[in-house]
Ligand binder design. Structure first.
Ligand SMILES: [Zn+2]
Length: 217
């Protein structure tokens, strides 16, 4: 286990949609440093369990499978990070009123294709529900769930409510559910307070400078 293990448990889920929380598993792009939460496949599974993309039973099974096939787990981790970054670029561009490049859209579509190939309907509670066919042991399962969440969001009117945090260097994404569409921060306790503290500091510095000028006059 890496030193940073345990860090993922402190990760806040503030996106309001599974795919946004997935995009928020890193920060401070392009130099995340300690803000990288998906350091290996194990992190992907722990995140999935915390964010609701895998049940605890599924998560335990995936971790066992990953242990028996570490090479594949490494490849799926790389796919997870690639999916996350393509998703981030698409959603960040959309939040700024732009369209992302076709390479990113193709990259997400590849995972969307894989995901939908494994979806089926199954009897459930007197009716039917979506299920993942033959995917119990697929290491990609958390990625498929993220891709499905992304596809649902991208084709919906909710896409217009996706915002990128205004915090200094913060690139977290969230759904703005506020009535007047005025949410600016991923998390008031983090970025909101930091911005307030910086404004206070700047105001004090300006006052000190003006007073200093007057004293010198
Ligand atoms: Zn933020």
């Amino acid at each position: 286990m890496s030193d940073a293990k345990g860090q993922i448990q402190r990760l806040k889920l503030v996106g309001g949609a599974l795919c946004l929380d997935f995009a928020n598993t890193t920060g401070w792009r392009p130099d995340p440093g300690d803000e990288e939460y998906l350091r290996d496949y194990e992190d992907v599974v722990v995140w999935a369990a915390l964010a609701g993309a895998a049940s605890e039973t599924e998560a335990r099974r995936l971790l066992r499978r990953a242990k028996s096939d570490p090479e594949r787990a490494r490849a799926v981790h790389a796919r997870a990070v690639a999916l996350r970054e393509a998703l981030y670029r698409i959603l960040s561009a959309s939040a700024a009123g732009h369209l992302a490049g076709s390479r990113d859209i193709d990259a997400v579509n590849q995972v969307v294709h894989d995901a939908y190939r494994h979806l089926c309907i199954a009897p459930h509670d007197g009716g039917f529900a979506w299920e993942w066919d033959g995917a119990r042991d697929a290491l990609e399962l958390p990625l498929w769930k993220v891709a499905r969440s992304a596809a649902d969001l991208l084709v919906s009117s909710e896409l217009r409510r996706v915002r990128e945090c205004s915090g200094h260097r913060c690139d977290w994404l969230f759904l703005d559910a506020s009535r007047n569409r005025s949410r600016r921060w991923c998390d008031m306790a983090n970025c909101g307070n930091r911005a307030k503290a910086r404004r206070n500091y700047e105001r004090r510095r300006e006052i000190t400078a003006r007073v200093g000028e007057a004293r010198g006059a």
